[in-house]
Design a protein around this ligand. Sequence first.
Ligand SMILES: C[S@@+](CC[C@H](N)C(=O)[O-])C[C@H]1O[C@@H](n2cnc3c(N)ncnc32)[C@H](O)[C@@H]1O
Length: 226
Amino acid sequence: MEDVFSRKQIARSYGSSRWVRGYVGGKLALDPVFRVARRIIARRNRAVVDLGCGLGILGICLRTSGITLKYKGTDPEPWKINSAKQAMRYFGFEEVGYEVADALSTEIPQGATVCLFDVLHYLDKADQERMTTRLADAARSGSLILIRTALRSAGWRYWMTLLEEKWTRLSGWIRGGKINFPSREEITASFSRHGLNPQIIPLWGKTPFASHLIVISPPGEPVLRL
Ligand SMILES: C[S@@+](CC[C@H](N)C(=O)[O-])C[C@H]1O[C@@H](n2cnc3c(N)ncnc32)[C@H](O)[C@@H]1O
């Protein structure tokens, strides 16, 4: 799959804030999650729901590489959704849907490819449980679930992750939200109690963080080879 637009062009679509443009350019350069998700999404060829889409980078990445599958991205932060819409209009992709909404109340159509990238740790224990139950229900009715999260552990990558999260709160880049990373065992237990078997692989790319990709395939669909 080709990138029709360069990282610089995508970053430029986010408008006048150098900070936002730098953030988007940096994410695209260092973080493999968008490239990996794009490959899975294209191969599966189903509508995409991007919960906690932030600046909507995934949606823009899909469209700028020619993937025209139905896409809906939601996030509770209005300024991020407005930035996503600005990038969408810059390219003329009016059909890319962004909405202000919480991941816990965003509708998940049957059979979708559902993405939840770097969002789970914002939720407290009870909401994490509600979220994983919603995702397990979606998987059991035919959706493929892609979660990216850091996993709580004793390693240096986890400490770097915590440091970065603390910095985002202190700098005001992120307002509120928990810093509540699940462990590998908690993730496995959350899905296996619904009869699902999550695949968990490291996905930190050039970043120093403890990020992992968790894939929950719907029963009856061939398990993705990662
Ligand atoms: C680190 S950003 C990741 C954004 C995007 N998924 C990405 O990978 O570029 C985390 C996002 O989660 C959002 N978020 C926090 N709590 C949420 C919730 N309850 N429902 C949906 N999104 C939430 C934040 O507003 C923020 O945009």
